[in-house]
Design a protein around this ligand. Structure first.
Ligand SMILES: Cc1cc2nc3c(=O)[nH]c(=O)nc-3n(C[C@H](O)[C@H](O)[C@H](O)COP(=O)(O)OP(=O)(O)OC[C@H]3O[C@@H](n4cnc5c(N)ncnc54)[C@H](O)[C@@H]3O)c2cc1C
Length: 440
């Protein structure tokens, strides 16, 4: 009899084997709580995978580890067998034909004088303004905190391209640590070339030498029991039963890390209010290109932010600058994140991409691209629109009442990091333990 056929009843079922799902599995195992993990894809890792082709290694765009929690750092290093690099960020902004230091809001040196003037003046005026209204949208937030120039030249165009929606449509609830707020001293220092501190949460990071997928591979090895190519057909939340193609599995607690709308669509006959809230959960997908270069990338940078709409991409990074093992000797590999959410037509797009990369100094000459691959992330960014909190709270509290904890970046429906995905998994296991105590 197969593993699946014998165990029709388990205390805990986990959906999804990305970092959150596998971390939950590890924490459940430590608590000796019996569980099964079902993963829809044929490999574990979710967004945290590395593909190898022709000696080039590609992640799913830049995936860098910013680990604040010492216990998690120790776990990650153990899972990677210590085979990781400590890296100091080299990121820049390409705007008005020049590379400037990141973040744009604190580094106007090098921009055309009239642009730098507009940015610094706007910042000073925003700081001096007596009226500090509560921002109604991310656009308001930018004007209040950064002023007109920085908003116009970077914050609004860049974020429109990243999120795929207008900054008026979203709130500023997501931005927290992701959008550094400089002081007046920072802005003045950055205008005259005297910047003394690295702003932002990602000034240093850890990166597995052979790509971020090594982290998922390490977790999977430790866990050993993910059931791949298995997605439920439905969730009978009243009976606490998962319907799989080969039969049903009863659970007491369900930990979901698949995207929240995916889970909602699986619920058998949910109340109207839940179905309605689920329809209000919005997200954007993302197309990006993996480029294998036949030569070295001449710019010594990790990634570049590109706010101007004349370019088809909003961010370009170099995997093999994180670790030289990501490309064959004497070659490099890039990821190019595309602003348009429409399926790309490579024959039309590649000349534009090549021209842009040449202009930015990321390619030495035409013909340096050995091959390009189009990739898609179906779930890239959860949209923090004005209905976000209401809809997510309605869905989560309903799920909780029925023994379902939906967590991770997409299961929880939030904007979070790999470290948080690992933490979310641990928290979900603790929730499951508590819930089981109260349930025979
Ligand atoms: C463009 C981009 C760049 C990023 N860069 C960074 C970075 O530099 N640093 C950082 O810390 N974080 C970064 N992140 C965030 C990071 O990718 C996530 O926080 C993390 O991977 C989330 O893990 P997860 O397990 O919650 O979700 P996922 O990785 O999405 O895992 C969910 C799993 O559920 C599976 N699944 C889906 N549907 C079903 C189903 N019906 N049944 C069973 N299984 C199912 C999926 O196949 C997947 O394996 C980035 C994200 C994006 C989009």
């Amino acid at each position: 009899m197969t593993h699946a056929a014998v165990r029709r009843r388990v205390p805990v079922v986990v959906l999804g084997a990305g970092l959150a799902g596998m971390s939950a599995g590890l924490a459940l195992g430590r608590r000796a709580i019996e569980h099964r993990i079902f993963e829809k894809a044929s490999a574990p890792g979710g967004h945290v995978v590395t593909i190898e082709e022709g000696g080039y290694r590609f992640d799913r765009t830049g995936h860098l580890l910013h680990l604040k929690d010492d216990t998690l750092r120790a776990l990650v290093l153990e899972l990677l067998h210590g085979d990781a690099l400590e890296v100091e960020r080299r990121s820049v902004v390409w705007s008005h034909g020049v590379m400037t230091r990141y973040p744009f809001q604190a580094n106007s040196l090098g921009l055309p004088p009239e642009v730098a003037y507009e940015c610094v003046l706007g910042f000073v005026q925003a700081q001096a303004s007596r009226s500090k209204p509560v921002p109604k949208s991310f656009e308001d937030y930018c004007h209040i905190h950064f002023g007109a120039g920085i908003s116009r030249h970077f914050m609004l165009p860049y974020n429109s391209r990243l999120w795929g929606v207008s900054p008026q449509e979203i709130t500023a609830e997501w931005c927290g640590r992701f959008v550094p707020l400089p002081t007046l001293e920072d802005v003045i220092a950055g205008a005259v070339g005297h910047a003394r501190r690295d702003l932002g949460y990602n000034a240093h990071f850890l990166y597995p030498r052979l790509g971020i997928g090594e982290l998922s591979a390490g977790l999977h090895r430790r866990l050993g029991h993910v059931e791949l190519d298995k997605a439920p057909l439905g969730v009978d939340f009243r009976a606490r039963r998962l319907v799989l193609p080969e039969g049903t599995v009863n659970y007491k607690v369900l930990i979901n890390t698949a995207p929240l709308p995916v889970l909602c669509a699986l619920l058998a006959d949910p109340p109207d209010a839940i179905a309605h809230a689920a329809r209000r959960l919005r997200h954007t997908s993302l197309y990006y290109l993996d480029l294998a270069l036949d030569a070295l990338c001449p710019a010594d940078v990790h990634w570049v932010y590109v706010p101007e709409p004349k370019y088809p991409f909003y961010r370009v990074g170099c995997y093999s600058h994180f670790s030289t093992a990501m490309a064959p000797d004497g070659k490099d590999s890039l990821y190019v994140e595309l602003a348009s959410r429409a399926p790309p037509d490579l024959s039309r797009l590649m000349p534009e991409v090549e021209t842009g990369l040449l202009e930015m100094g990321l390619l030495a000459k035409r013909g340096d691209i050995a091959f390009a691959r189009v990739r898609k992330l179906d779930y890239a960014y959860v949209i923090f629109d004005h209905g976000y909190f209401d809809a997510t709270q309605t869905v989560h509290s309903f799920l909780h009442e029925h023994g379902i904890v939906s967590t991770g970046r997409y299961g929880g429906w939030n904007y979070s990091s790999m470290e948080e995905a690992l933490l979310f998994g641990q928290t979900a296991a603790a929730f499951a333990e508590e819930a089981l105590k109260g349930r025979p």
